[in-house]
Design a protein around this ligand. Structure first.
Ligand SMILES: [Fe+2]
Length: 374
């Protein structure tokens, strides 16, 4: 479609927003498809009330008591799901006594808390906070922890998860693929009669296969399919001094129906005419899940998981844009680390998620409201 401009607007989006207006991003395919910017007199999140299921939601993941937190035989707790993905949390207090194989999809584990190692078909891989561990569908694995406080956010994707095309950016940003780590074969000695369980998930049903040997018996491997690991500290986040880039600029993993973005510490935009806050938008094609790994000043606390459903507006809370302008300093930085999971199909909440929800979170956007707190 031909690009048009009408009425009161700025010729450069995100910059020099006309006085008395709020920018709204209105676009398809996240920020990648056709886009318009609407200049409005009101924040579209200034609702007085909402009837129906769409609303911004927030969950206190610190309150999760997952099945695997209370018993070593247990499994992570599922929070959100659709036909493409399932999002779970593991809060295991000790190591897995069984091996696990997900035959429903790839798994991406984000290690929020905890230290130890992953034992898998490809060998052993140390894990620590800030690690993404991508486990291909069908891999046998278990986590062995050296810490008691462990917390992983797990994304299961039916379609294979990979890295997005980097196009004109080139191969070395936001991280060099040479930084990806793969496990080292570490076959265990022959078993002494112990029984080993391999638990397989297929169609969300579980089957246990038992062996009289430890299935960690691979002595070597080669190929283009393996567990890979990447730590957020190795990210060199893309940024611009003169424009606030959309979240899609930080896409780290992608599959049909889902994308994962990573936000790591960075300087704020340095041009004083540039908006440092995100636009209001209704993200027509994606539900957005946001998880705070480490909080910086002004960001929601660590461990809070939010869900902004497609179709409903979201954006800065009342006063945030004004405060960003009033408190502008040249050398401001954003120190938080967070991950964003965007899904094409609507996400459903499990009963466990409903039990963790912060009531009336959506009322935070009602001006003068203090009904909801984090
Ligand atoms: Fe968004």
């Amino acid at each position: 479609m031909i690009h048009r401009a009408k009425g009161i607007y700025s010729r450069q989006a995100r910059v020099n927003t006309p006085e008395g207006t709020y920018e709204e991003g209105f676009g398809r395919q996240g920020f990648a498809g056709p886009q318009a910017v609407l200049y409005r007199r009101h924040r579209t999140t200034d609702w007085t009330r909402i009837e129906g299921p769409l609303r911004p939601r927030a969950f206190r993941t610190d309150d999760i008591t997952s099945d695997d937190a209370t018993r070593s035989e247990g499994l992570p707790v599922e929070l959100l799901y659709n036909d493409d993905v399932r999002i779970s949390v593991s809060r295991r207090q000790d190591s897995m006594p069984f091996f696990f194989r997900n035959a429903d999809g790839d798994e991406l584990h984000f290690i929020h808390q905890g230290q130890g190692q992953l034992e898998c078909d490809f060998g052993v891989l140390a894990v620590e906070p800030g690690d993404y561990v991508l486990i291909p569908k069908g891999t046998n694995y278990r986590f062995v922890y050296t810490t008691a406080e462990n917390f992983s956010l797990i994304l299961e994707s039916r379609a294979p998860l990979g890295f997005p095309d980097r196009g004109l950016i080139g191969q070395h940003a936001p991280f060099d693929f040479t930084l990806l780590e793969t496990p080292e074969p570490a076959p265990v000695p022959e078993s002494d009669g112990e029984e080993w369980e391999l638990r397989i998930k297929r169609g969300s049903q579980y089957t246990s296969v038992f062996y009289d040997f430890n299935p960690m018996d691979v002595v070597g491997w080669h190929g283009s399919l393996s567990v890979v690991k990447l730590n957020v500290r190795d990210f060199r986040i893309l940024m611009s001094d003169r424009i606030h880039l959309p979240p899609s600029a930080h896409t780290t993993f992608a599959a049909s129906g889902v994308a994962v973005c990573t936000f790591t510490p960075r300087p704020a935009e340095g041009d004083p005419t540039t908006n440092r806050t995100p636009m209001y938008h209704r993200n027509i094609d994606y539900d957005e899940v946001f998880f705070t790994h480490s909080a910086g000043a002004g960001l929601r606390p660590e461990g809070i998981l939010t869900l902004n459903p497609a179709g409903l507006h979201h954006g800065p809370l009342p006063g945030v844009i004004e405060a960003s302008r009033a408190n502008w300093t040249k050398d401001a930085r954003l120190e938080f680390t967070a991950i964003n999971i965007d899904t094409e199909r609507p996400l459903e909440m499990t009963e466990a998620a409903m039990g963790l929800e912060i009531p009336d979170y959506y009322t935070k956007w009602i001006p003068e409201s203090s009904a909801a707190t984090l």
